[in-house]
Design a protein around this ligand. Sequence first.
Ligand SMILES: Cc1cc2nc3c(=O)[nH]c(=O)nc-3n(C[C@H](O)[C@H](O)[C@H](O)COP(=O)(O)OP(=O)(O)OC[C@H]3O[C@@H](n4cnc5c(N)ncnc54)[C@H](O)[C@@H]3O)c2cc1C
Length: 501
Amino acid sequence: AVIRKEGRTCRKTQVAVLGAGVAGITAAQSLHNASITDFLIVDRNDYIGGRMRNTKFGKAPNGKPYTVELGANWVEGLESESGNVNPIWRLAKKHKIKSKYSDGDSLLTYDETGYYNFTDLVDEFDAAWEIAMKDADSIKDDNLQDTSVRAGLSLAGWKPKKDMHAQAAEWWGWDFEMAILPEQSGFLYDMYVNKAVFEHFSDSTELVIDQRGFNALIIGEANEFLKKNDPRLLLNSPVTAIKYGSSGVTVHLEDGDCIEAEYAICTFSVGVLQNEVVKFEPTLPRWKREAIEQFQMGTYTKIFMQFNETWWPRDTQYMLYADPTERGYYPMFQSLSATGFVPESNILFGTVTGTQAYQVEKQTNEETQTEIMEVLRSMFPNITVPEPTSILYPRWSQDKSTFGSFSNWPPGMTLEKHQNLRANVHRLWFAGEANSAEFFGYLQGAWFEGKEMGDRIGKILNSDGALADGEGELTRYDVLHGDTFKDEYDDANGWTIDLDD
Ligand SMILES: Cc1cc2nc3c(=O)[nH]c(=O)nc-3n(C[C@H](O)[C@H](O)[C@H](O)COP(=O)(O)OP(=O)(O)OC[C@H]3O[C@@H](n4cnc5c(N)ncnc54)[C@H](O)[C@@H]3O)c2cc1C
């Protein structure tokens, strides 16, 4: 039904799905599978996929541009021998997404003097990792207080200190996957997301090189339940306000239109929620806001460059650079020209994360190119490194649709506080990669959360009110206590000042 007020349109629907990324499309698919077809999917972008985003870049020998992935690029964790299958891997196979095994051992290491083998430090980091993982196990098993990844790695004997080769080995082992420094990462859950991805599924990753784009997978899924030009898909429709309560949700769009829904599922990133581009009415409760503000978004920026020729080693996938003064300064270059990927593409892409990603995203392409060329020329002193013919990179930290790349679990966040990120507030529900306790930051996290919220709302709607009040909704914690009681602020614990004076 459509109600027109003062020239504005207010559509009525059962479920408003906010976001057409993996979580949103999967939520809508679950509703469809539960025979709930009265839904609307709303997104500010003009395409399906969200952070599965690609663009055309450079030129192939036939004159056509290549497709490169600005966002998600790997299927991470495939399937275990015991039969646990990453749903993204299942969908990649179903939609025949072209990908290639990503080999972390296909690695060459460099510093400012050129090629310099420090893979022994990479091995040392990996050995410390094994020790740290056992430590994380006992934190979980014995309910011990959590710590930071920095502390966890130090306790496991890994202390890179001022050794810049060790710092680069650590960047490769940690930041390249998580996009946030070890000191800003919560030990137990950040170790466990790695366990979930690389042990529950498998320790393999596949780099997607499909020229249709990685999001062909989620578009393919959407096409199974959406018709061509389906009026239930509203692209180019930024949401500005969400009014929610116990009887429904009204979603306001930038163009003045609105949607009146019985339920809404908001799949916006933690970055979007933190940046207050969407107004919630009433203000979200304290337990929800705290979870949103405490979780964090990392920034991971891929810088694509095409050259006239592949002047770098052809048979290597990864090149790691240790800068003499700044950890994380243009530390990684990946070759798309590597054997089996996109040969003759002459595309090299660099990756920066964290502080360096913010910095690079503030710079012009020209500024970044100048910096990168200096690094590449120091890595390859015996080669006349030409300037690239094209350079391109996204600005995730400034992008209104994400405000960052993917989420990461900070120190001090408990499983219960994270559950508050997931929990619904009346008829307003939440999904998205960050809400997955097991797979936050990954495509499969978005998929699992989208599916679960779609399933739950489907069940509630199909119960025709037969469910008891609150049944089928998510657990939440209004108050979360710490470990220190008031009377423990005493001499024995080094506390002498009476703060209640
Ligand atoms: C650079 C980068 C590299 C990555 N690499 C990998 C990888 O290799 N492997 C992997 O598994 N994962 C990777 N990820 C993470 C993965 O992309 C995400 O976990 C996943 O795509 C998130 O899906 P989502 O549906 O939760 O969120 P999104 O894809 O962000 O979907 C949310 C949607 O909401 C829309 N939206 C936001 N605000 C509004 C608004 N106000 N109004 C209307 N619509 C709005 C957005 O436009 C977006 O389409 C990467 C991400 C990035 C950015």
